[in-house]
Design a protein around this ligand. Structure first.
Ligand code: ADP
Ligand code: ZN
Length: 831
């Protein structure tokens, strides 16, 4: 029989792919895109995916191992996916294994674990002679029969027991081997059905009698009869899912009552395995609601998009808040579904999906699939499998990781709020931008991409205008004659000076809020969480120290008690007196939403308050609950972080208050103005989505004259863009330069510093002034690793391949085996 070799991608941060031999008995089982279990690194087994098969080994000077198992009968990873992984690995400078690992839900990537058992022929004297710790381990294994080393450590309550276990293995008391762990479980559902022949009223009466005096059993039976349609002669009796049966029981009965009925033979309980996204409930997946009729401006924009798609792969839709971008998306999605193709709609965060999903579901029914990180792993596995086995038309709404799904016939990608920084993954690798990955995905499928935003990122708008790469369609009016909200800037320093300020709120903010509440409107208060980060400020004049060389606010570093520039690395002592007003009043300050909620409560004692931030939305449904409560008008005030700025559509909000715009504006970063403008424009977009009364936005600030605020007040995106672009040109930042951050980490501070200095010096000999740093980032130590950062700014038109080759070769030089092992990673296009 001829030989067969497989090129396999493994989920490990190692460069390249690996060759394995396909043993003869697996020749018919293997196939490109199928998952395989392969030995990797010592005794371990991991799940990889076959990228190619070949009768020749390639380089023949190395020993290849055998594939041990094939997990799939069909490809679960498709060709364009693997192509995209390689593109991402190359562009974002990480291993293809990193991408593979991020791409698949971990349920599809089972790995082996070390498992221990007791040996049959252990020497009893040895067992008796064991020390206390070893005896505890031995007894635990004997009690469990078979246990993974990880579990065992947990049971014993110590973190590392490998050494002890291996001594026990050497002594012949324990045996150890590698076993696969199956993390993925299909969902099981209990279904209940009356055990009574249909229409048999006599038996029914008897059943109630048999249920006896137990109130719970009586109630359970009553509800089951109702839900199962037993009394409805026109339809056959249905079984009822456990959850449906118990839901709304009001505690009148529990599952125990149902199982008691089963023991009496009155009901049958069956267990069914369901894939969560199997057949649609309505059976057809038919569109349930007609498409929204478009306004003339919207129709014009839609035509513009179709036209632009004729000669551009990517088009930007810049539409002011509440202009109806979502309605346009719906029309475009409908168009590709009608052609039998698939659509992907990326949203920056789960936060945005609740209202949006419902809007899409109303139109596209079960063709809507949702995919994001808040879903459990098995839910994600189900969607994945479903897309592989039913590659029909569908629209996926997802967070950035949805770009990894196995699309077969993608026709359209929409990236909503394309400017959102949360599209970028920071950690771990691949540090990719979901928006840019989506554009690549679309191009691999020959699909079109629509980027949507009220406030496009500077890079994107540049590409759509001066750069002439993307098409551009603009929607400048709100839907339904709703005017843009009026924006009022509140000078906090002035308010404080005339005692018009109470804690975080100016009196005028409070007064307007109270009036609007009286008029039956709702309020939103927005406070950026980044305000928690300690920084320096003058208590008297509110002066914020800035770097002499860069236009960024300085970050206070606690460890060194200095103020540092995030960009050029300059370091300054904390001034004892304020350089502006000469008062000894420099202090380190911070404020957060939680404290804010308390203040709101005190200021608006009658109002019902909700808070929405990371802490209040950890729970899977919490976010939807808050949105529902607020839009059902069961609360009057919503206090929150960035989350409240994004995409929400509440019609009764009369005012949005921004408590401290300076927190956003002064973030030490070349993107701080862009981010501030976007955020303020987005947040003001939540106000006044009603035609009768224009909404109001109050922005509290210490810098009322700040240009960003003037642009926000005028809703002047273009003015802002022009001025920001000039800054970027002057300081050589994107879109005129491409930024790559290099992070160097080590447990030992001096080692990290030396390695960083070394790397930067070597880079400078080749790239000169394009190299900035190394600096210590604001968070200079994470997980007990010291971090140093080098920023590389390269001309956009330069060959990135060349730059990356340089980076890689220096990387190899400084990571030679004799050098201390520092961790180095690259962040390409940081946001
Ligand atoms: P954007 O996404 O641009 O902020 P939305 O799509 O959320 O705007 O639209 C704002 C509001 O106007 C929503 O409540 C939406 O239902 C409504 N709307 C927009 N266009 C239409 C339309 N053509 N028909 C009916 N309602 C519309
Ligand atoms: Zn600086």
């Amino acid at each position: 029989m001829s030989e067969l070799y497989a090129t396999v991608i493994v989920p490990r941060p190692v460069d390249g792919t690996f060759t394995y031999r396909v043993p003869p008995e697996l020749h018919t089982a293997v196939g490109v895109g199928r998952r395989v279990v392969v030995p990797f690194g010592g005794k371990r087994y991991v799940t990889g995916v076959i990228e190619a098969l070949s009768p020749v080994k390639g380089a023949d000077d190395f020993q290849v191992k055998d594939i041990s198992e094939v997990l799939d009968a069909q490809a679960v990873v498709l060709h364009p996916q693997m192509k995209m992984w390689h593109w991402l690995a190359d562009y974002y400078m990480c291993a293809v294994g990193d991408v593979f690992k991020a791409a698949l839900p971990s349920g599809l990537l089972p790995e082996s674990e070390s498992v221990v058992t007791c040996t049959d022929d252990a020497d009893p004297d040895l067992i008796a002679a064991l020390g206390e710790r070893d005896a505890a381990i031995y007894d635990a294994v004997r009690a469990k029969g078979k246990i993974s080393v990880k579990e065992l450590a947990k049971m014993i309550g110590v973190s590392s027991i490998e050494a002890r276990v291996s001594r026990l293995v050497d002594a012949g008391l324990l045996a150890m081997h590698e076993a696969m762990t199956g993390k993925y479980r299909r969902v099981r559902v209990h279904k209940v059905i009356p055990a009574i022949a249909e229409g048999d009223r006599v038996a029914l009466t008897a059943a109630f009698a048999a249920a006896g005096r137990s109130r719970g059993q009586q109630e359970a039976l009553t509800r089951l009869i109702a839900l199962s349609g037993f009394n409805n002669a026109t339809v056959p009796t249905r079984s009822v899912a456990r959850a449906d049966l118990l839901e709304g029981s009001g505690g009148a009965f529990t599952w125990e009552h149902v199982t008691a009925l089963k023991r009496k033979g009155l009901v049958k309980i069956e267990t069914v395995e369901v894939s969560r996204f199997s057949a649609p409930e309505d059976g057809s997946g038919a569109f349930s609601q007609p498409l929204p009729a478009l306004s003339p401006a919207q129709s014009e924009a839609l035509r513009g998009i179709h036209q632009s798609f004729m000669n551009r792969a990517v088009t930007l839709l810049r539409g002011v808040t509440s202009s109806g971008k979502t309605e346009l998306y719906i029309h475009l999605i409908d168009h590709v579904l009608q052609q039998g193709r698939q659509a992907l709609m990326l949203v920056p965060e789960i936060a945005l999906t609740t209202q949006l999903t419902r809007r899409l579901q109303r139109v596209f029914g079960s063709k809507v699939k949702i995919y994001h990180s808040r879903f459990s792993d098995s839910e994600r596995v189900d969607i994945w499998r479903d897309m592989v086995s039913h590659p029909g038309p569908c629209v996926v709404i997802g967070a950035r990781s949805a770009v990894f799904l196995p699309f077969t016939n993608l026709g359209l990608v929409i990236v909503d709020e394309e400017h959102e920084p949360s599209y970028k993954q920071y950690d771990p690798a691949p540090r990719y931008n979901g928006r840019d990955a989506a554009i690549v995905l679309a191009s691999l499928h020959g699909a079109k991409t629509l980027l949507g935003s009220a406030t496009p990122s500077i890079e994107t708008y540049y590409k759509a205008t001066d750069g002439d790469k993307y098409g551009l369609v603009e929607l400048t009016e709100r839907y339904g004659n709703v005017t843009m909200p009026s924006i009022e800037i509140v000078d906090i320093a002035a308010e404080r000076a005339r005692r018009g300020m109470d804690g975080a709120f100016a009196n005028c903010t409070v007064a307007q809020g109270r009036q609007l509440l009286k008029d039956g409107r709702q309020l939103i208060f927005f406070h950026n969480r980044r305000g928690f980060a300690p920084r320096a400020r003058c208590r008297m004049c509110q002066f914020v120290p800035k770097c002499d060389h860069c236009d960024v606010a300085l970050t206070y570093h606690k460890r060194t008690d200095t103020l540092e520039c995030h960009y050029c690395g300059a370091s300054y002592p904390v001034p004892r007196v304020c350089p502006n007003c000469k008062e000894p009043a420099i202090e380190i300050v911070g404020y957060g939403t939680e404290r804010l909620e308390e203040e709101v409560d005190a200021l608006f004692p009658e109002a019902r308050i909700l808070r929405m931030d990371l802490d209040t939305t950890r729970n899977k449904d919490a976010y939807a609950d808050i949105i529902d409560t607020f839009s059902a008008r069961k609360a009057d005030i919503l206090v929150g972080t960035q989350m409240v700025t994004k995409g929400l559509d509440f019609s009764d909000v009369g005012m949005v208050g921004v408590l401290n715009a300076d927190n956003i504006i002064n973030y030490p970063d070349f993107r701080s103005h862009e981010r501030a403008f976007n955020m303020l424009e987005q947040v003001s977009g939540r106000a006044g989505r009603r035609a009768d009364t224009p909404g109001r936005v109050l922005i509290q600030t210490y810098t009322p004259q700040h240009p960003v605020l003037q642009y926000v007040r005028a809703h002047d995106y273009k003015g802002f863009y022009d001025s920001e672009l000039e800054q970027r040109r002057q300081y050589f930042y994107p879109p005129f330069a491409r930024v790559i951050n290099i992070y160097i980490k080590h447990r030992d501070r001096d080692t990290a510093q030396r390695a960083a200095d070394d790397y930067a010096a070597r880079l400078r000999t080749v790239l000169g002034r394009r190299v900035n740093g190394p600096i210590e980032p604001p968070v200079g130590r994470v997980a007990s690793l010291y971090i140093r950062q080098i920023m590389l700014k390269v001309e956009t038109e330069a060959s990135m391949k060349q730059v990356k080759d340089i980076l890689r070769s220096i990387y190899t030089e400084i990571t030679h085996p004799a050098a201390p092992r520092v961790a180095i990673h690259f962040d390409v296009d940081p946001v």
